[in-house]
Design a protein around this ligand. Structure first.
Ligand code: HPA
Length: 247
């Protein structure tokens, strides 16, 4: 299979100006429309397809994104792998603002989302192994890419996916920490499991944009989040560029 790298951008990454764009395609799948047109182009000489998870402009809250349509459209476009970018809150000590983490595990606290293709309607019921939710090879490649780009990353972490769009209470974050979560975000699931169901190798680059509720002395403000997004997303893009060419 030829290489076509899918990049799903989240909050703070709704467009990708570095791409040499070849075509934009609005896609209506059997499961509905994607959040935004697929942008096909080239980055570092590699074919990529970019999708803005929340739409462009940003319009779908995390609980209203049609994750199934997004992943199905990328599958039908022929992606060989997906790099997903997520803005997250930091729970454990080392997860400070602007830290980049490559999570290796997930706990799913979301509810009411269309979270499987194997629903007995679109596809027959099937129970897949999901012990290791992210693709090991992609993770290794991201870690090599970060090293080559001289960007430091935390090489593992547990991503707790919450429903949103509100942020969490202090007690919810304390519970998540007891559960073992390092990060909290609203879009990690069901995106990751849907990619696995369609056998697309998938991994995630999480950018911490605030300390989670109760983990700093202040309340969380959008100004703080936007500042961290602006500073951190350029580092994430450097890692992605490096990922595309690293061995
Ligand atoms: N909680 C959940 N999702 C988030 C946060 C948070 O604190 N920050 C960015 N996305």
């Amino acid at each position: 299979m030829s290489r076509l790298v899918g990049i799903i951008g989240g909050t703070g990454l709704t467009e990708y100006p570095d791409l040499t764009i070849r075509k934009e395609e609005s896609v209506l799948t059997d499961l509905g429309a994607t959040s935004a047109p697929l942008i096909f182009g080239e980055l570092q000489g590699v074919d990529v397809v970019f999708l803005a998870r929340h739409g462009h402009p940003h319009k779908f809250p995390p609980n209203k994104v049609n994750y199934r349509a997004n992943i199905l459209a990328l599958k039908e476009a022929g992606v060989s792998e997906i790099i997903a970018v997520n803005a997250v809150g930091g729970i454990t000590d080392k997860m400070d603002s602007e830290v980049i983490c490559i999570p290796d595990q997930i706990i799913d606290y979301t509810h009411g989302r269309e979270d499987t293709f194997f629903d007995g309607v679109y596809k027959a019921l099937e129970h897949i192994d999901y012990s290791h939710p992210y693709d090991h090879q992609i993770i290794q490649r991201i870690l090599s890419a970060a090293e080559a780009a001289k960007e430091s990353v935390v090489p593992r972490g547990v991503y707790g996916a919450t429903q949103g769009p509100r942020l969490e209470t202090v007690a919810e974050i304390a519970r998540m920490e007891r559960d073992g979560c390092d990060l909290v975000g609203m879009t990690g699931m069901p995106e990751a499991v849907l990619a696995r169901e369609l056998e697309i190798p998938y991994a995630c680059i999480s950018l911490v944009v605030n300390k989670a509720a109760g983990k700093s002395n202040d309340i969380i403000t959008m100004d703080e989040i936007v500042a961290a997004l602006n500073n951190g997303m350029s580092k994430v893009k450097k890692i992605i560029s490096s990922y595309l060419i690293v061995d």
